[in-house]
Design a protein around this ligand. Structure first.
Ligand code: BGO
Length: 271
């Protein structure tokens, strides 16, 4: 019987290794990813050995600048995992959600694990996971791996994902950018699966070298896409890569302001 694959993704120091060890125990195998000296770890869940958790290297983004980013991005795009467990350090939510915005564009069902909730509580921050879940369109699990809290809830969400996991909606950005992205999406070849069209549109808009060099389109279409990008750069007044970065941060700050309250602010507004 083929195993069900689930990717474990997150920034370095988010608690990914701690979570991987808690969920898989001694059911682990370690090797290297082909062609690179990046460690490859996978493990069967202790509570359900039909599910294999693929521990991806800790990364800050899916830009192909480091071997770790390349490994993670290739796996997520080409190995068709059924879902991903995205672990974020909730005590640095704004910074950690940057990777999440990119993961949401890959067309893979996601569970968001808000780790380090013990630190969040000590900092006096209230995090509303229902609002976060609603804003991002994915199930959210609060946890503290250090205190072994939230692990059972994560396992329940993993089981649910294999029954009725859905591809999340991707974040929507500035209208002028959205027009460009939908025009690029229309020009993509049929060989790109529908659920990956958003990812490819954004990567082409950013002039991502790995995607551009793949020659997935004839020259006249490449030219049309370049015209769309240049025109949008002129309208917004910035280069395409910065446009995407700024839009991601705008989106994140809206989400965080909706879901996060500092207890000191709360007390101030009550007094
Ligand atoms: C050290 N809460 C708290 N407070 N800490 C956590 C939690 C949590 O929920 N989860 C993990 N940590 P990794 P990556 C350490 O190693 O799993 C801690 O990179 C130390 N080490 O224990 O390695 C975890 O795989 C000395 O901390 O993350 C670890 O994603 C002093 O977060 C760190 C203090 O976890 C990173 C901590 C020698």
């Amino acid at each position: 019987m083929t195993k069900k694959q689930m990717a474990l993704v997150g920034n370095p120091n988010s608690g990914k290794t701690s979570l991987f060890n808690e969920l898989t125990g001694s059911n682990q195998s370690v090797g290297n990813w082909p062609g690179v000296t990046v460690e490859k770890k996978e493990g069967k869940l202790k509570k359900n050995t039909d599910i294999v958790l693929q521990d991806l290297p800790g990364i800050y983004s899916l830009s192909p600048y480091t071997p770790e980013e390349v490994v993670a991005r290739d796996y997520l795009l080409e190995d068709n995992p059924s879902g991903m467990l995205n672990i974020v350090d909730a005590s640095n939510l704004e910074r950690n959600l940057y990777l999440t915005t990119q993961l949401l564009e890959l067309g893979i069902p996601m569970i968001l694990s808000l780790n380090m909730m013990d630190v969040v509580e000590k900092k006096g921050i209230r995090l509303n996971e229902e609002k976060l879940s609603y804003s991002l369109g994915v199930p959210v699990v609060k946890m503290s791996v250090a205190r072994k809290e939230g692990l059972t809830h994560a396992l329940v969400e993993i089981d649910k994902l294999f029954v009725h996991g859905r591809i999340p909606d991707f974040p929507l950005y500035d209208n002028r950018l959205e027009v460009a992205l939908s025009e690029i999406s229309e020009l993509l070849p049929d060989s790109i699966p529908i659920h990956q069209k958003r990812w490819y549109s954004i990567k082409l808009f950013e002039r991502d070298q790995t995607v551009c060099s793949r020659n997935i389109m004839p020259d006249n279409v490449k030219k049309e896409i370049e015209d769309i990008i240049s025109m949008t750069e002129e309208i917004i007044g910035d280069d395409s890569e910065s446009i995407i970065i700024n839009e991601r941060y705008n989106y994140i700050s809206q989400v965080v302001s909706l879901c996060c309250v500092k207890e000191t602010d709360y007390k101030l507004s009550m007094s």
